[in-house]
Design a protein around this ligand. Structure first.
Ligand SMILES: *[C@@H]1O[C@H](CO)[C@@H](O)[C@H](O)[C@H]1NC(C)=O
Ligand SMILES: *[C@@H]1O[C@H](CO)[C@@H](O)[C@H](O)[C@H]1NC(C)=O
Length: 588
């Protein structure tokens, strides 16, 4: 990508488009902090030292985090916090060294790009006092989020003492997934939102102010623009908006069908036959994944869902065997086996006698040996989920002896695609809107945070709150990524990439037939596609990688492969919804 001397610069600063069309020269007008050093040897030396030290710091922080997550004691927490603050200081010092250079005039594209990356997406440009402040605000908000306790639902007339000790994981999530009592669901939904948001609202408003200050010093209009910068593409937002439009018909048909089923289940006092869906009956606190209500929605109830769990229990699977099976999938397509350290140190089972963090996660210890970054923040998830599309399907389960039915039955295929749609299609608008909200707040201020949130959720997702909300609430904070300062648009990017990558691998594997029946198991050709993506890592622009994937046909993130995957379901839904009065979802 970075061949022409100015390309990286043009793509780099989205701000310049707003300020001065395609002119590159005026970048320095926007930047407030800009050094003068243009000595390439010095810049290269600095970057080399930085990388050594950064990977060392990263290794220490990650090890401390690991120690805490696998053994949650106060001491381990304190050690982890210490390492975090060492990292924060390191970031600050590095920023100071990096801004000595005038990166726009360093005569080497890679060094330019690295220096630019080092001086953006950081709050280190803030004066010490404010840097500490934002760092602590985020830590406090995360802490509040982690420690929320809510009260259980108690039908009136029930006189026992109520203990308000429900935690998000597993209590709240479990109730939202399995309860079918709309009063209980409303109660839990309201408890969670009422307890999280208001407590954080003032802190979050101050955080917005500080994040914007840092972004402006870094040369951006606001912190949202800085967050988008990592995609290095001025057309990024249009590309995403276009793909989102394309998904609309599929999403609306899904919503219409789900609404009909929910109406049958809960009746017209809970579900409006022609309006948006209330957020509390979709099996998930954020209404982002509807697969927990598959039992209500499943089109052909007489065909059971594929149930591999009971089959695995029946066959005596252990957790170790699950991991070995996963590894065998990767080696079957030509990837290398996991290193011995993986098997030695991983925590595959919940140990007794100590508190641990049991959410599945993959860790990078920054040792530079077996790790590379993705080409953009959506790639990690996109690649991993693309593999899941091959694994979690009846054809593959049959091949590995975990499913024994006929895989050709039409009704079973529709049931399977419905389950996938409840996970993936339902997720698309939510994944898209979280950062639309955040960008709006960074750009236009905190005046109407909550109404903007619900406006987006209605317009893009067709979702309304089950009880009235006010501006004193702060419902976006119900999602951890908001208080924790973690970008979200990557999940939307990953969702589309997942299907794009799956599509490309299936084509390489010579798959014939509907995309949802493709399994790349044992295909070295498909493995080659994956290896090519992983090898490039972050070294090239992600658009090059999509060009590679599509054999030069496109360089865009697109919804086409996802729509193609769900096409049999869309056709079926169109037939089912034909009689429905109203296909609109934002009818209030
Ligand atoms: C857990 O951490 C504590 C220090 O807080 C340590 O003494 C203990 O040995 C650790 N336990 C395990 C199983 O690693
Ligand atoms: C598998 O076949 C049995 C017997 O025909 C049927 O009852 C069951 O619903 C089928 N399961 C799936 C997932 O199609």
């Amino acid at each position: 990508m970075i061949t022409a001397p100015c390309t990286s610069v043009q793509l780099a600063l989205l701000a310049i488009v707003a300020f001065c069309g395609q002119e590159v020269l005026c970048i320095s007008d926007v930047r407030l902090v800009q050094g003068t050093n243009i000595n390439l040897a010095e810049a290269t030396q600095f970057l080399r030292d930085y990388e050594d030290e950064a990977s060392n710091v990263c290794f220490r922080v990650t090890s401390a985090q690991w120690a805490y997550s696998t053994n949650m004691t106060d001491l381990n927490k304190r050690r982890m916090m210490e390492e975090h603050s060492i990292k924060a200081k390191f970031e600050k010092v590095s920023w100071r060294k990096a801004v000595v250079f005038d990166w726009t005039r360093i005569p080497d594209a890679t060094a330019r790009r690295e220096l630019r990356m080092l001086t953006t997406n950081t709050r280190a440009s803030l004066p010490d006092e404010k840097y500490n402040e934002i760092y602590h605000l985020i830590a406090e908000m995360k802490d509040i989020y982690t420690n929320i306790l809510i009260c259980p639902y108690k039908p009136t007339g029930y006189s026992d003492q109520v203990y308000c000790d429900l935690v998000l994981e597993p209590d709240v999530k479990r109730i939202m997934a399995f309860s079918r009592n709309s009063l209980e669901l409303t109660h839990i939904w309201k408890e969670w939102h009422d307890k999280v948001g208001p407590q954080m609202r003032n802190r979050f408003m101050r955080y917005v102010e500080l994040a914007n200050q840092a972004a402006r010093i870094n040369g951006f209009l606001d912190a949202g623009e800085e967050m988008r910068y990592i995609y290095e593409d001025s057309d990024f937002e249009n590309e995403l908006a276009e793909s989102f439009q394309k998904l609309q018909p599929l999403y609306k048909h899904l919503l219409t069908f789900v609404r009909k089923k929910l109406l049958q289940r809960y009746g017209p006092n809970v579900i409006r036959p022609d309006g948006p869906l209330p957020a509390h009956v979709l099996g998930n606190l954020w209404a982002q994944d509807w697969s927990n209500i598959a039992d209500i929605v499943m089109p052909y109830q007489e065909y059971k869902n594929m149930d591999v769990t009971s089959e695995m229990l029946h066959q005596g699977f252990t957790s170790l065997r699950i991991f070995q099976m996963a590894e065998e999938f990767y080696t079957s397509i030509g990837l290398k086996p996991m290193p011995p350290e993986f098997w030695r140190y991983s925590m595959l089972e919940k140990p007794g006698g100590r508190k641990v963090q049991c959410t599945a996660s993959a860790w990078d210890f920054c040792n530079k040996i077996d790790f590379r970054n993705g080409a953009n923040p959506g790639f990690h998830e996109g690649v991993a989920n693309a593999i899941t599309l091959s694994v979690f399907n009846p054809i593959h389960m049959k091949r590995v002896g975990l499913f024994h039915n006929n895989t050709e039955i039409f009704e079973s295929n529709i049931n399977f695609l419905m389950l996938m749609a409840l996970k993936k299609v339902a997720y698309a608008p939510f994944a898209y809107l979280v950062d639309q909200w955040r960008y709006d707040i960074f750009e236009n201020g905190v005046g109407k945070m909550n109404s903007i949130w619900w406006d987006l959720r209605l317009r893009l997702q067709g979702i309304v709150p089950p009880v009235p909300r006010l501006e004193t609430h702060f419902d976006a904070a119900s999602k951890r990524h908001i208080p924790a300062d973690i970008p979200y648009i990557r999940y939307y990017v990953a969702l589309l990439l997942e299907f794009q990558i799956h599509d490309a691998m299936c084509e390489a594997a010579g798959h014939d037939g509907p995309l949802h029946t493709c399994d790349i198991y044992r295909s070295r050709e498909a493995g080659r596609v994956l290896i090519d993506i992983l090898k490039v890592g972050k070294a090239r622009h992600w658009k090059d990688i999509i060009r590679m994937l599509t054999k030069g046909k496109s360089d865009r993130i697109s919804a086409d492969a996802m729509i193609n995957y769900f096409e049999p379901l869309l056709l079926w839904l169109q037939g089912q919804n034909r009689g429905e009065k109203n296909n609109r979802m934002d009818n209030i």
